[in-house]
Structure formats: structure tokens, C-alpha cells
Design a binder for this molecule. Sequence first.
Ligand code: COA
Length: 169
Amino acid sequence: MTRADISIVDAKLCDLESCAAIACDSEIGRRYHFDMETLAGSMRRALESGAIIVAAREALGPGSAVGSGSGAILGFAWIDPRGAFGSAPYLKLIAVDGKERSGGVGAALLAEFERRAPPKARMLALLVSDFNDKAIVFYERHGFAKAGALPDFAVDGVTEILMVKRRAP
Ligand SMILES: CC(C)(COP(=O)(O)OP(=O)(O)OC[C@H]1O[C@@H](n2cnc3c(N)ncnc32)[C@H](O)[C@@H]1OP(=O)(O)O)[C@@H](O)C(=O)NCCC(=O)NCCS
């Protein structure tokens, strides 16, 4: 189920600090010592070189149209359109504000990742850290399956799990 009062919109440059702050204030942000300014800068450079960053925005209160997407940023997804092996759409990072989880915001962002994939893309791909059980279950519920393991890929002692979703023909 998806919150009715959110819109998924293309993130603007001025949104990136809010997105980065959400990622920093998450389990993976703490575990990997994300720095807000560094991450926002990486996202800005990625946007400028063809990445897609979508934000889930809350509609403002009474008087604003539901779905106008003009309120606070609740979460975001950073998509590299050919980031997996220079071929498949790759979900580089997804994060939802800790107070807004379990309301379908993540599902809406993941659905947008699928929608943005070119029709010819056969697979969608992402990496998830082995300790991130909740995210692994979340992805499995949305049709992703484990396809490989990369021990010590990002940091020593943590295995990154490759998960893929085959698109319907
Ligand atoms: C992984 C993540 C993006 C999921 O976002 P989310 O907004 O919580 O995702 P959803 O709400 O769509 O789904 C999560 C749960 O809410 C439940 N849910 C969804 N809509 C719901 C609704 N309207 N009412 C109640 N529950 C709902 C889902 O069934 C799911 O249940 P589960 O927690 O038992 O699996 C989020 O946990 C997050 O930001 N984690 C930190 C960053 C991170 O680890 N990112 C992944 C990097 S690989």
C-alpha cells in the first residue's frame, strides 16, 4: 500500500541536502559514516552526469492539492540507468526518513525505479549489505532475488549481496 499524500518527483539540486540528510540518519549512514555534504556533492555530480534521483514528497496541508508534491521530502531513490555492469539499471541508494517508514514510501520509490527502467532492460539490480536484514526482506517482497555475494566489497567484514529482478518480457 502507498501513502495517498505523496508524490514521486525528480529531485532538484536544492533537494539533495535533504535527501543526503535522510541517508546519513539511517542505519547504513551510521554504519558507513556517510557525511551529508560529501554525499550531497556526489549526488549533485551524479545528477549532472545522467543519474536519476527521485524524491518522495509530502503534499502540504489544507489548501494544497493532494499529490502536488510540494511538502517535505520523505525519502529518495538514486538510480544509475546503466550502473550494473554498464548495462542494467542499478539502484545505487534508497532511503526513507526514519519517522516515515512502513507507510509504503519505500515501495513507491522502488516502483519508480522500475518505471524509469528503459523497456529493453532485462534486469534491475542493486547491492545490499548482508547486515541489512530489513532491506533484504523489503526487496524480496518486491520481487528481487539474491544473485551473488561480494565479500569485503565496500568495507572489510561486510558482504554486499547482489539482488536482481528480471523484468516481465
Ligand atoms: C528499506 C527502506 C527504504 C524501506 O522503506 P519503507 O518506506 O519503510 O518501505 P515500505 O513502507 O514500502 O515497506 C516496509 C514495510 O512497511 C509495510 N507497509 C507498507 N505500506 C504500509 C502501510 N500503508 N501500512 C502499514 N504497513 C505498510 C510493508 O509491508 C513493509 O513491511 P515490513 O517492514 O514488515 O517488511 C527503509 O527501511 C530505509 O530507508 N532503510 C534505511 C536505508 C537503507 O537501508 N536502504 C537500503 C540500502 S540497500
